[in-house]
Design a protein around this ligand. Structure first.
Ligand SMILES: Cc1cc2nc3c(=O)[nH]c(=O)nc-3n(C[C@H](O)[C@H](O)[C@H](O)COP(=O)(O)OP(=O)(O)OC[C@H]3O[C@@H](n4cnc5c(N)ncnc54)[C@H](O)[C@@H]3O)c2cc1C
Length: 475
């Protein structure tokens, strides 16, 4: 996390159109019922229902696929494991305020989400601007004014990302300079920190962020993963900080709700998928309740880390197996909403790698004080209230925690990780194969986006457009 500075298609003989699929499945009548636009809970089906395309997962990737297929005249069926849409987007309320349990912010340089905001007439506003920074110093923490802190951080990150303007000459086409990437893709964020001559304090200024993004040790995340974000944002760390500057009216869920409504998709909540089988030009999907569904194409729009929880037949290709075994979703992503008492200036606070809380970001004022978002490190047990409160006091001296609410994303059954951050060697090792269809089974998700991958709904939307195009060619 960062803070703001200021304010293919199959060969012809392999294609099976929708009509022939319904015939093949012997399910024309059932299909007609199924394809009515409803939102409901899982129903155990005695017969196999049919759809034009089945989408597994109702996050931003799945929602984009559903809307785009509907615009092409198709009627999608969405199977969602949980009792809500959104996945890693989860707008809620806490201490009387609208809060984001998952994804929280948009950036101005993300064209796809801005187009969606415009399409649905949803406005956005600027989030709270910090008035001071609390950062590691030579002897304990130091408080700095924003411009001093950002000037130094800009310079340090400039060194850290130096060269990325060359190996990501075209950041939306990350393999364009695959030749240059060969020597940098194996590097972790920790490797890169080790290459620079940094004082212990400077190192902590950087590794608090590389550790947050990696979900633990900075050795987990790839240098190329974060460097690509910097280049997508405009090239400087200051540009990148604006990716956490905007919030949509109605919360991060607002656009997805509109997308799914426009799609008129048949959405089945509480429908975890356990098996996906392709045979004879038809894909059959089975949920844990035993309900089965058939379609000429299926889009798997669930986090990469949980692909392994579904039995695929034929089995996943090598790149997909590798992605779900190694994981792209980070292994620790705990986001905590903290209600802090008192009228203190909104402060960004950071602590070095290994600290119980790595970063705190100021949010709205309340009648009793202010809300903060805290990103913890794996060493802190957020279930231990006294340990959590004392960790907050270390970062925000003199503060009193009134209450807090933590979400441990990596422990969630249908997420299996936090936001995505590619591991070393994954860019060259997984791409472009990870975006390719596996017969009639297609893959979407923010984790495997080409541009704003991993930690951005922008990437989920991008991958949804790609998968929708691939699916449309198969039906
Ligand atoms: C703590 C946190 C903070 C973040 N902050 C930001 C931010 O500030 N800005 C930003 O743009 N992005 C942020 N992100 C990233 C963003 O949330 C994701 O990139 C994006 O939501 C991914 O969308 P998706 O559709 O690919 O996957 P998901 O949102 O994970 O959706 C996948 C869906 O699949 C469902 N599913 C899983 N398994 C099954 C199954 N077997 N059967 C049926 N359904 C299944 C899940 O329940 C889920 O609903 C953050 C993420 C986290 C965790």
């Amino acid at each position: 996390m960062s803070f703001r500075r200021t304010q293919s298609s199959l060969p012809a003989e392999g294609r099976l159109g929708r009509r022939s699929l319904l015939k093949a499945a012997g399910a024309t009548a059932v299909g007609a019922t199924l394809l009515s636009a409803t939102t409901g809970t899982a129903r155990a089906a005695a017969t196999t229902e049919s759809a034009d395309v089945i989408i597994i997962g109702a996050g931003y990737a799945g929602g984009t696929v559903a809307r785009e297929l509907a615009l092409k005249g198709l009627k999608p069926l969405v199977l969602e494991a949980q009792n809500r849409i959104g996945g890693r987007v989860f707008t809620s309320t806490y201490a009387g305020a609208e809060v984001e349990i998952g994804a929280g912010w948009l950036g101005p340089q993300q064209p796809l989400i801005h187009k969606e905001l415009q399409r649905y007439g949803i406005s956005f506003y600027e989030d709270v601007v910090p008035e001071q920074f609390i950062l590691p110093g030579d002897q304990g923490f130091q408080t700095l004014n924003p411009s001093d802190a950002v000037t130094t951080l800009d310079q340090l990150w400039g060194e850290f990302y130096s060269g990325s303007e060359n190996y990501f000459e075209r950041p939306y086409d990350p393999l364009y300079r695959a030749d240059l990437l060969k020597s940098v893709d194996p590097l972790s964020l920790a490797d890169r920190l080790g290459q620079l001559s940094l004082s212990p304090t400077e190192k902590q200024w950087l590794n608090s962020e590389t550790s947050v993004y990696s979900g633990g040790p900075s050795s987990l995340g790839a240098l190329t993963a974060m460097a690509q974000w910097i280049q997508l944002a405009g090239g400087t760390y200051g540009d990148y900080t604006t990716t956490m500057s905007l919030r949509p009216e109605g919360g991060m869920i607002a656009v997805l709700q509109k997308m799914l409504a426009e799609s008129k998709a048949d959405i089945r909540l509480n429908s975890p998928v356990k098996k996906v089988t392709e045979s004879g030009g038809v894909v059959t999907v089975e949920t844990t309740s035993g309900a089965t569904f058939k379609a000429p194409a299926v889009v798997v729009a669930i986090p990469t880390n949980v692909w392994k929880n579904i039995t695929f037949n034929p089995g996943l290709p090598t790149a997909h197996q590798r992605a779900t075994t190694e994981g792209i979703g980070i292994p620790h992503a705990t986001k905590v909403w903290v209600h802090v008492q008192g009228n203190t200036p909104p402060s960004v606070a950071q602590a070095g790698e290994g600290s119980p809380i790595l970063m705190m970001v100021p949010q709205v004022k309340t009648s009793k004080g202010r809300l903060y978002v805290a990103f913890t490190g794996p060493s802190l047990n957020v279930g231990n209230a006294s340990a959590f409160k004392s960790a907050v006091q270390q970062l925000l001296p003199g503060s009193t925690v009134l209450e807090y609410r933590a979400m441990e994303w990596a422990k969630q059954q249908y997420t299996g990780g936090g936001w995505g951050l590619r591991r070393p060697d994954q860019l060259l090792g997984l791409f472009p194969a990870i975006e390719e269809p596996h017969g009639r089974i297609l893959f979407a998700g923010g984790d495997i986006a080409k541009g704003w991958h991993g930690a951005f709904i922008e990437g989920a939307i991008e991958s949804g457009f790609r998968a929708a195009g691939q699916a449309a060619e198969l039906v």
